[in-house]
Design a protein around this ligand. Structure first.
Ligand code: GRF
Length: 222
């Protein structure tokens, strides 16, 4: 029997996080099902991947709407039709306006390639290198109206190595991001983790620090 926890995935790009989620679901590691994949970009590889897998997809192009609010409303109207329990922003490269965030408050996560609160926004790998960080990573956080600023559920760390450039660092991080996203979605689907605008709870208790993905892909407390 397929799990009842319903995921809507938002993606603008190549869709490697979407692919990782699909594989983890198929392997029984994430007790959820993807009920729709949504994008602002018709040519997104993520949409082709979803179509090939027979998933429901919907695209709303920003150019077809008067402003951000109108585009958000159209995209999230489409999302609402699939009645998601959780919306996963997996490389959705647009800022989501406050009205849309409020509409789905506490039901939306984002994967961001930095150890938040460090480096919100773009070019996170270059920023970590420029700062001379010895450790870089990724975060899964609740979406709130401020960019990349919601409470963090879980993180994964990777080392920065001598000679790394942004591409090398991104390539080292990406497979760990995939494992992080799958483990975080599993916790939410199991009902163990819950999102709030100001905190994340695990097993009914507020997290005082993000969970951390270990080398065996388990999330452990700080
Ligand atoms: C990932 O690095 C994710 O952390 C960031 O955008 C990238 C998306 O990659 N938000 P993909 O489209 O899932 O391959």
């Amino acid at each position: 029997m397929s799990p009842s926890f319903r995921l809507a995935v938002l993606a603008s790009g190549r869709g490697s996080n979407l692919r990782a989620l699909m594989q983890a679901i198929d392997a029984g590691r994430v007790p959820a099902r993807i009920v729709g994949v949504f994008s602002d970009k018709p040519a997104a590889a993520a949409i082709a991947l979803a179509n090939d897998a027979g998933l429901f997809t919907a695209i709303r192009r920003p150019a077809d709407y008067a402003d951000r609010e109108a585009h958000d409303a159209a995209l999230f109207d489409a999302v609402a039709t699939v009645q998601p329990d959780l919306i996963v922003c997996a490389g959705y490269l647009r800022i989501i306006g406050a009205a849309a965030v409020r509409r789905f408050g506490n039901r939306m996560i984002n994967i961001h390639p930095s150890l938040l609160p460090k480096y919100p926004g773009l070019h996170t790998h270059a920023k970590a290198l420029a700062a001379g960080d010895a450790v870089h990573g990724a975060s899964v956080h609740a979406v709130i109206p401020a960019l990349d600023a919601g409470p963090v559920l879980a993180q994964v760390h990777v080392p920065v190595r001598p000679g790394d450039d942004a591409d090398a660092l991104a390539a080292r991080l990406l497979p760990r991001e995939h494992a992080l996203l799958c483990a975080a979605v599993a916790l939410l689907a199991e009902g163990r983790a819950r999102l709030f605008p100001d905190r994340v709870e695990l097993d009914g208790r507020p997290l005082t620090a993000p969970l951390r993905l270990d080398d065996t892909d388990r999330l452990t407390g700080a």
